[in-house]
Design a protein around this ligand. Structure first.
Ligand code: UDP
Ligand code: MG
Length: 340
């Protein structure tokens, strides 16, 4: 991603045009995070007030069953700047991020998890990267030891496969944790698809990007929301949204198999012509029938995956529904609400 860094003119122009005091919006999707939110706010407030920039929180409550919404609402009432967007049910993190993005007022937005696995202490570095002209500054995990071996290796495999098939450069070991400029937010608004694989969409829109390495700590409190089945489906969603190779591969597979079948047919005909009728052949027949019906089912299944997604897009349902919005104080500079 950072390969287009040669365009000096662009960076000079961008960095000169940067606002001195940009409004920083923090997008925080939350799903049953009541336990960790006080820790999260304590750390982020410290970092943000240290920056001396105006900021707002955009919390998106993704249909929590616990007291998450109450905890956030109480903080907003007590003078926390920003908003709580309450979704009508759990739509998943991707939808929650989309909701957050459409409510930000900031000149820059920072996406981060509530569980403090995306360390807020990186925010000043991200702002610095933005000031020097980068439109995207993302956190890159150098140490995933807080993840299990299985998760690390499957994730590595997924990134390799994705980048090879999808022809967009999605940096490995980068999550959703990132700062994006207003220009990128506007670009993301232009993508109308319902299947929101955010990491892919972030990569697809491009823009000069800078990676900041960090060690990913373990979750501060509460529980993770992912299991392997969810991750597997997430990976399929991601791949099908960005490549049609799984469809096209059957074209070549079909041509190859048809070619082989033709050769085999010619061989059989010639054999019969030379040696006469040869009835035995049950085993080879069964193998051929079973093998090819397997391949056919597999390819129909693959086509089905895409049809299912077409169906999803064709219905044109909204990505999320907002149940209510609670507004807190106005944006703050130096820890004081600007309206007091
Ligand atoms: N999250 C969400 N909706 C969901 C699942 C998760 O908004 O359906 C939020 C969650 O509250 C957290 C972030 O997404 O702030 C990341 O979730 P988690 O920590 O479970 O994921 P991981 O760190 O394993 O990627
Ligand atoms: Mg987490």
């Amino acid at each position: 991603m950072a390969t287009r860094t040669q365009a000096k003119v662009y960076f000079e122009r961008r960095s000169q045009a940067r606002l001195k005091t940009p409004l920083v919006s923090l997008i925080v999707p939350v799903f049953n995070e009541a336990e960790v939110i006080p820790h999260f706010l304590e750390e982020t407030n410290k970092v943000l007030t240290g920056l001396g920039l105006p900021f707002e929180y955009i919390f998106v409550d993704d249909g929590s069953h616990d007291t998450t919404a109450d905890v956030v609402a109480q903080n907003l009432k007590d003078g926390l700047p920003g908003k709580l967007i309450g979704l009508s049910r759990n739509f998943g993190k991707e939808a929650a991020l989309t909701a957050g993005l459409s409510h930000v007022k900031g000149d820059v937005a920072i996406v981060l998890d509530a569980d403090l696995q995306d360390p807020p202490s990186l925010v000043p570095q991200m702002i610095e990267g933005w000031r020097s002209g980068y439109d995207v500054v993302y956190g890159m995990r150098v140490d995933r030891s807080s993840d299990t071996f299985l998760k690390r290796s499957t994730a590595g495999l997924f990134y390799k496969l994705f980048n090879r098939l999808a022809h967009i450069d999605m940096p490995a070991n980068a999550g959703d944790f990132r700062l994006i400029d207003r220009a990128v937010i506007e670009a993301l608004h232009k993508l109308p698809e319902r299947n929101r694989f955010m990491k892919g969409l972030f990569a697809w829109v491009g823009f000069p990007s800078l990676a900041i390495p960090y060690e990913r700590p373990a979750r501060r409190a509460g529980e993770g929301k992912w299991n392997y089945w969810k991750l597997w489906n997430f990976a399929i969603d991601g791949l099908t949204a960005f490549t049609t190779l799984p469809l096209r591969v059957w074209l070549y597979g079909g041509v190859g198999i048809a070619g082989l079948a033709l050769v085999y047919a010619l061989y059989t005909i010639i054999k019969v012509l030379i040696y006469g009728v040869d009835v035995p052949g049950y085993a080879s027949l069964m193998v051929a029938v079973l093998f090819f019906s397997g391949i056919q089912l597999l390819s129909i299944g693959m086509v089905g995956e895409y049809i299912a997604r077409l169906f999803g897009e064709a219905k044109q349902r909204p990505v999320y529904l907002v149940q209510d919005v609670i507004t807190g104080a106005d944006t703050k500079v130096d820890g004081k609400a600007s309206n007091d």
